[in-house]
Design a binder for this molecule. Structure first.
Ligand code: NAD
Length: 270
């Protein structure tokens, strides 16, 4: 805000709970990065509606968090428009408003067969979950987000920018998310802001449902190839998500942010 003439700009405190009472919908929110984002939103004072294919994982979150009506779960398949419609309607019925949407659900394994052997079914499945899923969730949540002046975050990947061999379907789906991000930012603004986060290597083993949970097995070399000296965690993504969902980032839209411990800026001569 511009200060009135002849008055010095004030030092205003930074809110420790920038998402107080905000309602954030998180797809694929029951495990991995999605669960990390959900816990960061709760820590910032927000409320979360999880949607996930895995019912057991969703119920485990609610049982382990013990945050009462600040969190809810409903089964969701982001690739099905009927399922997305029901999930968004359930969130509105439970919480009465939607202030944030995080499109995180995805087929996280980037490796597919070589292109000559890549079936159309596999290609379409990656696109349906990783890209069309985000479109469907935006489409159905946008009216409520526009009412509240909300924000959308699309979880893409550094693989939208760089590749290993035999990852075409995954990379294309994540590149599509970046284009969806800037296009929707222009269409949905000024009411709704839309940004993307591009995670690098994030270890999610400790963030799975209880019977699949494990300590990550990471070597010294795994950590050392990151300029920050370590592999990432879901909370590394959660803390940026909180910022992008909060009014502290009100002047930021249509952008994408790499969170990868510096791996994509490190030059390699093998
Ligand atoms: P994960 O497999 O640990 O968790 C994904 C969650 O999404 C699971 O709970 C799964 O049940 C759910 N899900 C899958 N398909 C779904 C669907 N159709 N509808 C609803 N829920 C569905 O994955 P993760 O590693 O936490 O990845 C989360 C997101 O971050 C993905 O979009 C992935 O591409 C992206 N990402 C991950 C990494 C990484 O290193 N972990 C790096 C870059 C990007």
């Amino acid at each position: 805000m511009t200060p009135p003439r002849n008055q010095p700009p004030a030092i205003t405190p930074i809110d420790a709970h920038p998402l107080r009472d905000r309602v954030v919908l998180i797809t694929g929110g029951a495990q991995g990065i999605g669960r990390g984002i959900a816990q960061a939103v709760l820590a910032a004072g927000g409320r979360v509606m999880l949607g996930d294919l895995d019912i057991e994982a969703g119920q485990a979150c609610l049982a382990e968090w013990q945050v009462g009506d600040r969190a809810a779960f409903k089964r969701l398949d982001v690739a099905s428009e009927a399922s997305v419609r029901r999930w968004v309607a359930a969130a509105l019925k439970l919480f009465g408003q939607i202030d944030g949407l995080v499109n995180n659900a995805g087929i996280a394994d980037p490796h597919v067969p070589p292109l000559a052997k890549l079936s159309l079914v596999t290609w379409n499945r990656y696109l349906a979950v990783n890209l069309t899923g985000a479109f469907l969730c935006c489409k159905h949540a946008l009216p409520a987000l526009a009412q509240s002046g909300g924000a959308v975050i699309n979880i893409a990947s550094t693989r939208a920018l760089q590749s290993e061999p035999d990852t075409e379907a995954y990379a294309a789906s994540k590149g599509g998310l970046l284009a969806l991000t800037h296009a929707l930012a222009v269409s949905a603004g000024p009411a709704v802001r839309v940004n993307a986060i591009l995670p690098g290597w994030i270890a999610t083993e400790a963030w799975r449902k209880p019977d699949e949970r494990a300590a990550p097995r990471l070597s010294r070399g795994d950590h050392a190839q990151h300029p920050t000296g370590r592999v990432g965690t879901p909370l590394d993504i959660g803390s940026l998500a909180v910022y992008l969902l909060s009014s502290q980032s009100d002047f930021i839209t249509g952008q994408h942010f790499v969170v990868d411990g510096g791996m994509t800026v490190k030059m390699q001569y093998l």
